[in-house]
Ligand binder design. Sequence first.
Ligand code: MG
Length: 282
Amino acid sequence: MNKWPIGVFTSIDAGLGVHLDVAQELGVPSVQIHAPHQQTRTEQAAQEFLEKCSAAGITVTAVFGGFEGESYADIATTARTVGLVPEETRDARVQEMKEISDFTKLLGCDTVALHIGFVPEDRSSASYTGLIDCTRDLLDHVQANGQRLNLETGQESADHLLEFISDVERDNLFINFDPANMILYGTGDPIEALKKVGHLVRSVHCKDAKWAPEGERGTSWGSEVALGEGDVGMETYLRTLKDLGYDGPLTIEREIAHDRERQKADIGQAVRLLEELREKIG
Ligand code: MG
């Protein structure tokens, strides 16, 4: 693929992504997908999806894991329910993530990705060291499938994410950078964060958001908005990616699955914005 192929976050049967026909209609050359439900993670489903992608000239660049019981209702609920951090579901979710890695291999894709959850602050806590152990176990499985794991940003500060990745001590753990999440979760200026973690960024989301009011950041959500209408600054974002030498896909995310018409219109507008900026900067 050429530099900065545009992509869309897509789902087969689960998650917030658009369906593949929308990506096809928009004429984008790449997608990330939200992993389908267990009953759909079959060889036959993989083949059928790949045939559709091939007919549309679309490459799958990453598969995102997600789990039953996760809720993004508010920041506190997200912290309690999302990813591998909650200890009561940790073992089952690691197992499911390994199965998602196997399904990703059936799709011929070398990248799985994940919201790992709010990495505990205290690096000597049992919760933190347990998270390190299960992440290593998962990464060894992912490695055996010839893959890397990219962690979605936003739930930690850039500094703490770097500490965690360093503590895991594996060479197939990287980052999917989402600038809007840094704003939505109130975990730091997205451009400063990108400069800090840039050497580990292997995939990105193009998503935009506005900060929560001062005093509420980190406890109340900011608001996700159409690309170019938020506080990220898309031109600065792309210029920073260029400075870092990132030339992978630019995957658009618009998380308003309750309004499919608007989601599609906003993604169409985002494709045009990214094409213009790529022409100007790339
Ligand atoms: Mg994202």
